[in-house]
Design a protein. Structure first.
Length: 170
């Protein structure tokens, strides 16, 4: 988030996010070897198929403007409706990468297989780019403990403040 500021391209932010998450997956033992080489074969799209984010408009995804080169050939299927795309399941993406030598050479299959069926969540933020960086617009649980406490409430109405109720820090 520190890199987000006026003049920084969405593509560069996406590539930075790819690099960071590939480095973290390497630290966890799921990937091996050179991260820059992983970037060249777009291995990041296997683990983050939706990309870093999207613009916001009246509708959640109504503003589009990323060049086609930011999307891996392996992870997108075009629909017959202009502007729409559907992503294959994470399992299919991973299985395809494990069969594709240019990507599979960087994977530690034994470790990856230990996580099969594990699942996960996406924690999203809405931000506004400002003159001196960015302003966080969301106010939702962020840590594992906060999220688990929120989920433990079960079917009760969550007590998470709405964004307008969040206190903005200076």
């Amino acid at each position: 988030m520190k890199a987000l500021k006026p003049g920084v391209s969405c593509v560069n932010m996406h590539l930075l996010a790819n690099r960071v998450h590939l480095e973290e997956l390497k630290k966890l033992g799921l990937l091996k070897e050179d991260v820059e080489e992983m970037m060249k074969v777009r291995l990041g799209a296997v683990f983050m198929p939706h990309g870093l984010g999207h613009f916001m408009g009246i509708d959640t995804h109504d503003v589009d403007g990323y060049p086609e080169t930011t999307v891996s050939v392996l992870d997108v299927e075009r629909s017959d409706k202009p502007g729409l795309k559907s992503l294959r399941s994470a399992r299919e993406l991973l299985d395809a990468a494990l069969r594709y030598p240019q990507q599979s050479q960087f994977t530690c299959r034994e470790v990856i297989d230990q996580y099969r069926g594990f699942g996960g969540v996406r924690i999203e933020d809405d931000v506004a780019v400002t003159d001196d960086g960015m302003e966080l617009l969301t106010c939702v649980p962020r840590t594992v403990e906060e999220i688990e406490a929120w989920m433990a409430e079960g079917r009760q109405r969550p007590q998470v403040p709405l964004p307008q109720e969040c206190v903005k820090s200076g």
